[in-house]
Design a protein around this ligand. Structure first.
Ligand SMILES: Cc1cc2nc3c(=O)[nH]c(=O)nc-3n(C[C@H](O)[C@H](O)[C@H](O)COP(=O)(O)OP(=O)(O)OC[C@H]3O[C@@H](n4cnc5c(N)ncnc54)[C@H](O)[C@@H]3O)c2cc1C
Length: 465
């Protein structure tokens, strides 16, 4: 690991670089041109992010280091980006070219409580690391379905887990956050300490501060049975009916997880599902998962497995280092919509598959966000997503490893609804009064629209603009 004190100016904006690069016992500083910098710069899932060239990379060793780095950035006015696991897909989500990258990889502590009901986890951990510690003790947390995803971004943005029908999304299972605010202020946010910030952090993303530690609820883990299944196109009606029955059965689906999709496999459109039974044994034939297995399949790869094996297997379908496009939208639960969407996706995408450089798989999938999951959103004072008290819904995902990288003008938070978005703006005003996380954070979704933050501190995305 390189630790460097820089002397020269590394940008044309007049930031006081000696301060930015200054040595500190609580932070590593990686300079451009060094192997350590190159390794850290490329440590992202998507190529769009790995292509960024930060002025330098700061890697705090603890929360104190985060506070010091943030204070200096604030003083110098230099734009910055925050990275935990680096699985944000879009350009500029957690890396930056004209600014400093704060890489939280060394905030990777995992500490199970004595009563084994909670676990403190650093945002820089991957889910593989967390499951690796907890599963052998028969325990788990509500974490990712892909092993390499980071704890930090996952827990502040949503977090769909195999266990979500039973316990809700990851953000509803964070019991408290340690967070560093602008000015280097460190505090705990929980239902009893700064509850407004606690709520805003659960869905409001990186808009308020830097999360340096999370206290997660711990649950029993018995093992998993599951795998991928694929079917010929003509079984669409039966598959959709079975998927909707699975999502609507709030008793039966508490032991189950399913994601349904269509994919082009070697020129042939097929249906597929990733299924998990949250026990080491196969599901009963009449259960919500057993019914999927009755439909005649092309391939059935289900069997006894584990949380670690499943999350490794799923991530193997999403290779690191590709350019990617990614769109989501939600609808009410309606078979006609699901069928129309999948058929239209096939019709629209099919003619494009001959174009050079296009991902031939053309994956589109759907999660059933069950009533169990929505009900969990009212826990602990509710989260910031604006969904508490609502009914179940379908969450569609369209993915491609071909699409253009420029997706900078989407506004994530407007999708939460006006009330939820106004609440987030109020919390931002209170906990980030100088709008550092709107003006100066150059990467990640901002409250008023774009993913790329303004440079030069002009505050194009400011909540106060
Ligand atoms: C292959 C793959 C599989 C996925 N599987 C799932 C899945 O099963 N379920 C699901 O719900 N989602 C899934 N996702 C989406 C994923 O959860 C989000 O992209 C998540 O934000 C990634 O977290 P990260 O820490 O790895 O990302 P990062 O890119 O490091 O961070 C994402 C965003 O959060 C901000 N951020 C990160 N850490 C902090 C912090 N400590 N404090 C403040 N802000 C912070 C960053 O600035 C950035 O804006 C998947 C994504 C990929 C690429």
């Amino acid at each position: 690991m390189t630790e460097t004190v820089g002397k020269e100016s590394f940008n044309s904006k007049g930031f006081r670089t000696a301060k930015l690069l200054g040595t500190s016992p609580s932070t590593f500083t990686l300079m451009q041109g060094t192997p350590a910098y190159e390794e850290a710069r490329k440590g992202f899932w998507s190529q769009e992010q790995a292509d960024c060239t930060p002025y330098c990379i700061r890697q705090p060793k603890n929360a104190q280091g985060v506070a010091e780095v943030l204070s200096v950035l604030e003083e110098t006015g230099c734009p910055f980006a925050i990275k935990s696991g680096g699985h944000g897909r879009s350009q500029g989500e957690s890396s930056i070219s004209a600014g400093v990258l704060i890489d939280l990889k060394y905030l990777n502590n995992i500490q199970l409580s004595e009563d084994k009901r909670t676990c403190r986890v650093g945002p820089g951990c991957t889910w593989a690391e967390v499951y690796g510690q907890l599963n052998p003790a028969g325990l788990t947390v509500i974490g990712g379905r892909a092993s390499t995803v980071g704890v930090g971004g996952f827990c502040i943005s949503g977090g769909i887990s195999f266990f979500s029908n039973r316990h809700g999304w990851a953000l509803d299972n964070v019991l408290s956050f340690e967070v560093v605010l602008s000015g280097g202020i460190m505090l705990q946010a929980s239902p009893s300490s700064h509850p407004d910030l606690y709520k805003a952090l659960r869905g409001g993303g990186a808009n308020f501060g830097i999360v340096t530690d999370l206290e997660l609820a711990v649950y029993p883990y018995e093992g998993i049975w599951g795998g991928g299944v694929s079917w010929a196109w003509e079984h669409g009606d039966a598959i959709i009916d079975t998927f909707i029955e699975y999502g609507e059965d709030n008793v039966g689906n508490a032991d189950a997880a399913a994601i349904l999709g269509t994919v082009n496999y070697q020129g042939q459109w097929i249906w597929y599902a990733e299924l998990e039974h949250l026990k080491p044994t196969p599901p009963e034939k009449r259960s919500v998962l057993g019914r999927f297995l009755k439909i005649p399949s092309l391939l059935d790869a289900t069997g006894p497995t584990s949380q670690i094996e499943r999350t490794d297997s799923i991530v193997s379908h999403y290779p690191t280092g590709c350019h990617n496009g990614y769109w989501t939208f939600c609808t009410q639960v309606d078979k006609r919509i699901l069928k129309y969407f999948m058929e239209t996706w096939r019709e629209e995408v099919d003619p494009l598959l001959d174009i050079d450089g296009i991902d031939k798989a053309a994956l589109a999938d759907v999660n059933f966000v069950s009533q169990n999951i929505v009900d969990a959103m009212s826990r602990n004072g509710g989260n910031a997503l604006g969904l508490a008290g609502k009914g179940p819904f379908l969450l569609f995902l369209m993915e491609s490893l071909w699409m253009e990288t420029a997706q900078s003008e989407r506004d994530v938070y407007s999708g939460y609804g006006a009330t939820a978005k106004d609440f987030l703006a109020l919390v931002s005003d209170k906990y980030d009064p100088k709008s550092i996380f709107q003006h100066q954070r150059g990467a990640g979704w901002h409250l008023h629209g774009s993913i790329l933050g303004p440079v030069d501190g002009q505050g194009a995305n400011s909540t106060k603009a």
